[in-house]
Structures are given as structure tokens and as C-alpha cells.
Design a protein. Structure first.
Length: 254
């Protein structure tokens, strides 16, 4: 791409990777308790069995909740898209045209499977949370001990840092080459990522404290569905590119 400022483009790729790492934190996508548990004395006063409290204490998550971590399903696709653009800078265009379709097909196929599995696990956890909440009194007590206190402050700090990185990514990408704004797929994907994150922050701040974890889990599933649909689109779009590459190879052989 003519006029590309490579240092800024490389910096944009690094920042995109930092976004994904920040969203994943020290844990993987699902089974994030999203809580700051009450101390052992308070839990016992509520009638929570010691075993439940022990599991909860060991089940902390960084970042808090599943919603932030599920954003990595979207921002991972952003990183992949930008990475493929970077690959075109170091490979001959003819070779890149053949490799792009195959790599996109494989990655998008694996992404679809991953999103599907994570959505199943996340949906089971959401049903568990709701089931415990409405199972008065003992189920509700267990829910409150495990998910009743969501760390909104910590989540807001993480989301703020991630939003700053996303803004920096966009600025670096535009400085590297303003024509990236014409790459419709990339622009739409980045905007989707930002909107999903902003709505997640709104959920954390708007819902009553005891149900924030449920709202967070629900929006994580919405994010997962968006990522699944986008990966399916990438999978379908990559097929014609592979067919074209195969025909080109056959023509060259003849």
C-alpha cells in the first residue's frame, strides 16, 4: 500500500494485541465468577456452607466478569484482520492472494467452533445464575455469596484502559494510512467492538448490584453471538477467494 507509514502500522498491530491481552487478563473466556466475595464470617452469617465459600474465594477472575473477556472474541478478529493486512506488506501479492483465503478459512472455521462452545458454556452459567437467584431462600443465598457483589469499579477501570487502547489503535491506523478508513469490513468491526464495550459499561453502571453479574453474563453471550456471525461471514467470503486461487494455480500449470 503506497504511502503506508510502517512504524505507525506496526504500533497499531501491537496496540491491537494489547487490547486482546487486556481483555483476557490472567484467565480464559468463561467461568469468571465476576465477584468480590463476602468475607467468610459474612458468608456464614448468611447460611452459606463453608465449601461454597471456599470455592468462591478461589474462583476470582481478572478481568472481572465474562463480558470483558468475551470482547476478545471480537477484538481477536480485529487483530487477525489487521495482521493479514500487515502480511500483505511482506509477501508477494500473488502469493498473498493464495494464502489469504486459506488462512482466513482455517481461522474463521476455528473461530466459529470456539464461539459456539463458549456460548454453550456461557448459556449454562447464565441459567445457573438465574436459577439460583430465584430459588428462594437457599439458592438465593448461594447466588449472593458467589455472584452478589460485582466489582464495578475494577471493571470500569479495565474497560477505561481498553477503550483508551482502542482509540490509540484507531489513531495509529489512520496516521499509518488514511485509506484504511475505506476498508469497510475493518471499520465496521472496530465500531462494533467499541459499541459492545460501551453497552457493557452501561450495564455495569445501570443495573442493581446483585444482578450486575447476570447482566454481564447476558451481554457476554450477545458479544459471542456477534463474533460468531462475523466469523461465519468471514468463512463464507473466504471460499470464493480459495476457488479463485485454485483456478489461478491450474491456469499457471497449464
Amino acid at each position: 500500500m503506497d504511502g503506508l507509514r510502517k512504524p505507525f502500522f506496526i504500533a497499531a498491530i501491537i496496540v491491537a494485541a494489547l487490547v486482546v491481552f487486556a481483555e483476557l487478563g490472567l484467565s480464559f473466556f468463561v467461568i469468571n465468577a465476576a465477584v468480590i466475595p463476602p468475607d467468610a464470617g459474612a458468608a456464614q452469617d448468611l447460611g452459606v456452607p463453608a465449601g461454597v465459600e471456599a470455592v468462591n474465594a478461589a474462583n476470582g477472575s481478572d478481568p472481572p466478569g465474562s463480558g470483558i473477556a468475551f470482547l476478545a472474541l471480537i477484538d481477536g478478529l480485529v487483530l487477525f484482520t489487521v495482521g493479514m493486512l500487515g502480511l500483505s506488506l511482506v509477501m508477494p501479492l500473488r502469493l498473498y492472494g493464495r494464502v489469504q483465503g486459506i488462512v482466513t478459512l482455517v481461522v474463521s472455521f476455528l473461530w466459529v467452533i470456539m464461539c459456539f462452545l463458549l456460548l454453550i458454556v456461557g448459556l449454562i452459567q447464565l441459567f445457573l445464575m438465574i436459577g439460583l437467584l430465584v430459588a428462594v431462600p437457599f439458592g438465593t443465598v448461594v447466588y449472593l455469596a458467589i455472584w452478589g457483589s460485582f466489582p464495578e469499579g475494577a471493571a470500569a477501570a479495565v474497560l477505561g484502559a481498553i477503550l483508551f487502547l482502542k482509540i490509540a489503535f484507531g489513531v495509529l491506523l489512520i496516521v499509518a494510512q488514511p485509506r484504511f478508513l475505506r476498508v469497510t469490513g475493518l471499520v465496521v468491526l472496530v465500531l462494533l467492538s467499541v459499541v459492545l464495550q460501551l453497552v457493557l459499561g452501561f450495564i455495569h453502571g445501570f443495573l442493581p448490584g446483585i444482578v450486575v453479574a447476570i447482566g454481564d453474563q447476558f451481554w457476554a453471550l450477545v458479544t459471542g453471538v456477534v463474533a460468531l456471525v462475523w466469523a461465519l461471514i468471514m468463512l463464507i467470503v473466504s471460499i470464493p477467494a480459495i476457488v479463485k486461487a485454485i483456478k489461478a494455480s491450474e491456469s499457471a500449470t497449464d
